[in-house]
Design a protein around this ligand. Structure first.
Ligand code: BDP
Length: 730
C-alpha cells in the first residue's frame, strides 16, 4: 500500500490497486476446487473409513414419516447428505430394516406405540434426537412436534456426522431460545445492496415471480440448517414499490419457496406508503383513512401469503418518514401497523435506531430516551428492534442500555453480519466473539445474571414475543458472502439466535469442520485464528473504545480527521474528541452522562475510568495522554499505539498461519482467503499508520520505543478517495 501511495499522490486509489493485484497474481494455472457455493453443507465423503462405516451402520437405512412438503425436504436433504458423506444411502421401506426414523411425535408414536418419548420437553420448533432399542436393535429417532422441528433436528444430526461426533446413546433435546430468528436484507429493488459487499442482491426482482434460481432453495436450506425462521427481503430504507401488487407477487414466489423450510418472509415498509402508493393526503397513524389503507394492504398480502411474517420499520430515522412527522409517538405508529397485522398473527419489528438532530441530546442516549418512556405502550405483536450498541454497529460498542430497561416491551437484538464497519469483505473477521461478548454482558436489570442474551430471550422479563435479527452479508457472489471465512458470520448468527448461550469457539469449530477441513489439528488451528480475528480488527481500527472514525459515507478505511459533515454527530472528530489535552468521549457524569442509562452497579462502574473496562475506556471517558493504563502500566498514548501495532501483527499472524496450511486445504478455498488476507494486511497497516500519525499531532509524543515509525504521510492518507466503494446507501 505504501508503495502505491508513492505513485499516487492525491489520485484515485482503487483502480491501480486492482491492476497491481491482477498482474501480480499467479496466472499460470487453473485453480479448481471448492468455490464456496456449498457453504457448510458440503457433505463430502468422510475420509476416515472406519468412521464412515460406523455412521453408515447407524444411519444409512432411514425413513422419514409424513407427507408434507417439509417431510419431502427432509427426505431430499438426507438423501443428498448421506450419499455425499457415506458414498451411498438407502431409503428404508420397513421399520424392521430402519435404523434412523424421522418424524413428528404423532407419526412416530403410531409406528412405535411402545416407545415413550419425552415430547413435553420439546416446543413447536424444537426437537429430540434419541437412540432407542427397538425389536432388539438400535434405532435413532429424530422427533419433533412439527415437521419444521423435525427438519431442524435432521440438520442437527447431519451436523453431528459432519463434525465427527459420536451418536451412540445420544439423547438430546434442543429448543430455540428466541422466537423470531430473522435475517434483514438491506437489498433494494434495483439489486443494489446497502452495505453489501458480496455482489448484488440475490433476489432477482426483475425475473421474479417466474424465474426461480436454485440459489433461492439453497438459501432456504442454509438458513434452516441453523434455525433461521424468517427473512426480511428488502432494505430498511424501504422502497414503497415492494407493496405494489406486482411486487407482492414476487414476494409470494419467494415465500412459496421458503415455506417448506420453515422460513417466513417479512417486508420493510415505508411509513409514508399510504401517500406514495395510496394517494392519500397524509400517513398520520391516527387518521382513519390511513388505518384503512394499511388494513386493506395487509389483507391483500395475506391473501397471497397466508403465513406472511410482518413488517420491519425504520421510522423517523436518517430522513425516513414516521409517526413523528404528525406529532405521534413511535408506539402510535407501530400499533397502527400491529392492529392491521394482529388477526393474522403478523408482527411489527419497529427499529430503535433513531437519533434526531433537533433533540440536542448526545446521540448514544437518544434511543433510550425515546423508547424507555414508551414501555408498556406497544401492542403485544410489536417488538422493538435495537442495535447491539447505542450508536451504530461499531467494531466494538458497549451494549445498548435499552436491553433490560423495558419490562413490558420485547427488545429484539439487531446484529450486523455484513462488514460495513469492519473492512468490507476482504478482512478475515469472525464475529462470534463479538456476539458472545454482547449476549454475555450483564445488564443487572433484575440483579446479577440478567445478561443481554437472557433479556432478548424473554428470561429476564417475560416477553410474549422474542427475536434476534442479523443484517445479512449475503449477495450474488458465487461464495455468497464475498469471502469464505465470512460465511461463518451468517452461520454463527443463526446458531446464537437459536441459543444465545452457545460459545463462539464451539460454533467456529463446527463451522470449520463442515466448511474447510475434516482434520482435527487443522480445524483447531483455523478456529484459533478466527477467535483472534475480531480483537485484532478492533486493535488496528478502534482500540480502547474509540469509535466512528471510518471514511465518510462508505465507511471504508480510516478517516479520524473528518470534521465537516452536515451534522456534528456524523463526524469522527466529534467521537474521538482528540485535543492536546487528551482523547475520548466523556459520557461520564462530568460529561454527557450516558452512563446514567445503565443499571447499578454498571453505571457507577462506567462512571469512573479506574473501573471502566479498558476496552470501553475512550467510549466513556476523555483522558489525558499520560493517563496510566492499569493493565500495562503504559501511558494512554503508548498503549494506543501499541494496540494499533498489535492489531497489525495479529493480522500478519493470521496471514502466515493461513499460508502454512496450503497443503491441507482445498486449493480454491485456500487461494480465495489468501488473496483477501493479503489485502487485509495492507489495509490493517493503512489503518494503523493513518490513525497513529493523526493522533500523534495531538499527543505530540514519540512512537514508543521498539516500534517502527509509521510509514506514509498523513496528507496523502487524507487525500485518498473511494468514490466507487461498494455498498453505499443510495
Ligand atoms: C447505518 C448504515 C446505513 C443504514 C443505517 C440503519 O450506514 O446504511 O441505513 O445504519 O441501520 O449503519 O438504518
Amino acid at each position: 500500500m505504501q508503495f502505491i501511495f508513492g505513485f499516487l499522490g492525491n489520485k484515485l486509489f482503487t483502480p491501480l490497486l486492482v491492476l497491481l493485484l491482477a498482474t501480480s497474481a499467479n496466472a499460470s494455472s487453473i485453480v479448481t476446487g471448492e468455490d464456496g457455493y456449498r457453504l457448510w453443507l458440503k457433505y463430502d465423503l468422510i475420509n476416515d473409513h472406519n468412521k464412515r462405516q460406523g455412521y453408515q451402520n447407524q444411519l444409512a437405512n432411514w425413513q422419514v414419516l409424513g407427507q408434507s412438503s417439509t417431510a419431502q425436504v427432509i427426505r431430499d436433504e438426507l438423501e443428498y447428505a448421506f450419499t455425499g458423506l457415506f458414498g451411498k444411502t438407502s431409503k428404508s421401506m420397513s421399520i424392521r430394516t430402519t435404523n434412523l426414523l424421522v418424524g413428528t411425535f404423532a407419526e412416530l408414536q403410531k409406528q412405535l406405540p411402545k416407545i415413550k418419548l419425552a415430547g413435553e420437553q420439546v416446543n413447536a420448533e424444537g426437537y429430540l434426537i434419541k437412540q432407542v432399542s427397538y425389536q432388539g436393535k438400535k434405532l435413532l429417532l429424530v422427533a419433533a412436534d412439527t415437521d419444521v422441528g423435525a427438519l431442524y433436528g435432521t440438520f442437527h444430526l447431519i451436523r453431528l456426522v459432519q463434525t465427527g461426533e459420536k451418536l451412540a446413546d445420544i439423547n438430546l433435546v434442543s429448543n430455540p431460545k428466541t422466537k423470531l430468528r430473522v435475517l434483514n436484507h438491506w437489498d433494494n429493488p434495483d439489486r443494489h445492496v446497502e452495505r453489501g459487499f458480496a455482489g448484488q442482491s440475490i433476489w432477482d426482482w426483475h425475473k421474479l415471480p417466474d424465474y426461480h434460481y436454485q440459489k433461492y432453495t439453497d438459501y432456504a436450506r442454509a438458513n434452516a440448517s441453523i434455525g433461521i425462521n424468517g427473512t426480511v427481503l428488502n432494505n430498511v430504507n424501504a422502497n414503497p414499490i415492494m407493496l405494489t401488487p406486482a411486487y407482492l407477487q414476487k414476494v409470494k414466489a419467494l415465500a412459496d419457496i421458503f415455506r417448506p423450510y420453515g422460513i417466513k418472509v417479512y417486508l420493510s415498509v415505508k411509513f409514508s406508503s399510504p401517500q406514495s402508493l395510496g394517494g392519500l393526503a397524509t400517513s398520520d397513524p391516527l387518521n382513519a383513512d390511513v388505518k384503512h389503507w394499511w388494513h386493506n394492504k395487509v389483507d391483500e398480502i395475506y391473501q397471497l401469503i397466508p403465513d406472511f411474517g410482518g413488517f420491519l420499520v425504520k421510522a423517523n430515522s436518517e430522513g425516513q418518514p414516521g409517526p413523528g412527522d404528525y406529532g405521534r409517538t413511535h408506539a402510535q405508529g407501530a400499533n397502527m401497523l400491529a392492529d392491521a397485522l394482529a388477526k393474522y398473527n403478523g408482527a411489527v419489528m419497529w427499529r430503535a435506531f433513531v437519533y434526531a438532530n433537533e433533540k440536542n441530546e448526545e446521540r448514544s442516549k437518544q434511543a433510550y430516551s425515546e423508547f424507555k418512556p414508551l414501555d408498556g405502550k406497544f401492542r403485544d405483536n410489536v417488538l422493538v428492534q435495537v442495535k447491539n450498541g447505542p450508536i451504530d454497529f461499531q467494531p466494538r460498542e458497549p451494549v445498548s442500555p435499552l436491553f433490560g430497561a423495558t419490562p413490558k416491551t420485547p427488545m429484539m437484538m439487531e446484529f450486523q453480519i455484513t462488514m460495513e464497519y469492519l473492512g468490507f469483505s476482504t478482512h478475515f473477521v469472525y464475529l462470534g466473539p463479538m456476539y458472545q461478548e454482547v449476549l454475555d454482558t450483564d445488564t443487572y436489570a433484575k440483579g446479577q445474571g440478567s445478561t443481554v442474551g437472557k433479556v432478548v430471550a424473554g428470561e429476564v422479563h417475560p416477553y410474549k414475543l422474542t427475536g434476534m435479527a442479523g443484517v445479512a452479508n449475503i449477495g450474488s457472489d458465487r461464495n455468497w458472502t464475498g469471502h469464505i471465512i465470512l460465511q461463518s458470520n451468517w452461520y454463527v448468527f443463526g446458531r446464537m439466535a437459536w441459543d444465545y448461550s452457545l460459545s463462539a469457539e464451539t460454533i467456529a469449530q463446527e463451522w470449520v469442520k463442515m466448511t474447510l477441513t475434516q482434520e482435527q489439528a487443522v480445524a483447531k488451528q483455523i478456529t484459533e485464528l478466527m477467535m483472534l480475528s475480531h480483537e485484532a480488527t478492533v486493535n488496528y481500527m478502534t482500540p480502547l473504545g474509540l469509535h466512528h472514525i471510518m471514511g465518510t459515507g462508505h465507511h471504508y478505511g480510516p478517516a479520524p480527521w473528518v470534521d465537516n459533515l452536515g451534522r456534528a454527530d456524523w463526524t469522527p472528530v466529534y467521537y474521538h474528541n482528540a485535543s492536546k489535552q487528551g482523547l475520548g468521549f466523556n459520557r461520564s457524569p462530568t460529561g454527557v452522562n450516558a452512563v446514567e442509562q445503565y443499571f447499578s452497579p454498571i453505571k457507577q462502574q462506567l462512571a469512573n475510568p479506574a473501573t471502566t473496562p479498558e476496552k470501553y475506556l475512550l467510549w466513556f471517558h476523555h483522558l489525558p495522554w499520560d493517563h496510566t493504563i492499569a493493565s500495562s502500566g503504559r501511558s494512554l498514548w503508548d498503549e494506543l499505539v501499541h494496540r494499533y501495532y498489535l492489531g497489525v501483527e495479529q493480522v500478519k499472524h493470521i496471514q502466515q498461519e493461513w499460508n502454512s496450511l496450503q497443503a491441507k486445504l482445498d486449493p480454491l478455498q485456500f487461494k480465495q482467503v489468501q488473496m483477501a488476507n493479503n489485502i487485509h494486511v495492507k489495509e490493517a497497516i493503512w489503518w494503523r499508520n493513518a490513525c497513529v500519525l493523526y493522533f500523534q499531532q495531538f499527543s505530540n509524543k514519540p512512537i514508543p520505543h521498539g516500534l517502527e515509525q509509521p510509514q506514509g504521510n498523513l496528507t496523502e492518507y487524507k487525500q485518498m478517495q473511494f468514490p466507487y466503494a461498494p455498498g453505499q446507501g443510495h
